[in-house]
Design a protein around this ligand. Structure first.
Ligand code: GSH
Length: 234
């Protein structure tokens, strides 16, 4: 099935539909922002492995065929996670995820965008290799790990310097999913970057993360990955 509605709420009551995939850190940002801001929504699981994102039905709403997409089910369809995040941040300012004061606001934004546009795409192929969808020669794997190591070293230093400018910031949301993907692609990541592992563990105490993690769509994907990891280590 291409699209599955995974909401515990009545469809007609939800203000928004989030078309996403839980393994996508970009979808995670939007999911966490909706939770943080206490906005009612339905999660529409887009089955990326079956190519649901390239079907006309979805392309009519999101022309570049990627998740996430936020829709009000009518005339509002926003794609690109940062654009959606900004829309939510400005439309629902009661609980802000970006610090108000500069330079913390700019630094939070730049660090989050560095994660989203620089670090995450750099290990995509290694992630697909881990899933068995593609086969990478050892040399290519090593080059990806080298590049990830350089980027993560810079990210770790900057994230620690920034501290926690607000209770829950967009970097926290993106990192929560990106780190799990990185550790799946490169299981040594948690040993090589213990401070990032510690940061990840501290995020598990966040009520926002706990709420996102308890969503059926997210739980389903966690179980799927647990199965792959268990088979890999068996
Ligand atoms: N710049 C986009 C990136 C979104 C993106 O890369 N989404 C991936 C999932 S992580 C996707 O939909 N991939 C399916 C495809 O490109 O066919 C954003 O921030 O929303």
């Amino acid at each position: 099935m291409a699209f599955i509605c995974l909401s515990g709420l009545s469809k007609t009551m939800s203000q928004y539909k989030l078309y996403g995939h839980p393994v996508s850190p970009y979808s995670y940002l939007v999911h966490a922002a909706l939770v943080c801001k206490e906005i009612d929504f339905e999660y529409i699981y887009v089955d990326l492995t079956s190519g649901a994102q390239k079907k006309t039905e979805f392309l009519d709403l999101s022309p570049y065929g990627q998740v996430p997409l936020l829709s009000n089910g009518d005339d509002l369809n926003i794609y690109e996670s940062w654009a959606i995040f900004e829309y939510l941040e400005e439309t629902y300012p009661k609980i802000n995820m970006l610090p108000k004061e500069q330079p913390y606001r700019a630094i939070t934004r730049s660090l989050c965008l560095a994660l989203m546009t620089g670090i995450i795409p750099s290990f995509r192929e290694l992630f697909l290799h881990g899933l068995g969808r593609i086969q990478l020669p050892v040399e290519v794997q090593q080059n990806i790990i080298k590049s990830m190591t350089e980027k993560l070293t810079a990210f770790q230093a900057q994230r620690l310097t920034l501290g926690q400018p607000v209770v829950f910031c967009p970097i926290d949301a993106v990192f929560q999913q990106a780190w799990q993907n990185m550790c799946f692609a490169w299981p040594l990541a948690s040993e090589e970057f213990p401070q990032l592992q510690e940061y990840f563990e501290s995020l598990q105490e966040s009520p926002i993360i706990q709420t996102v993690e308890s969503h059926p769509a997210v739980k389903q994907v966690r179980e799927y990955f647990k199965g792959i990891i268990a088979a890999r280590t068996a």
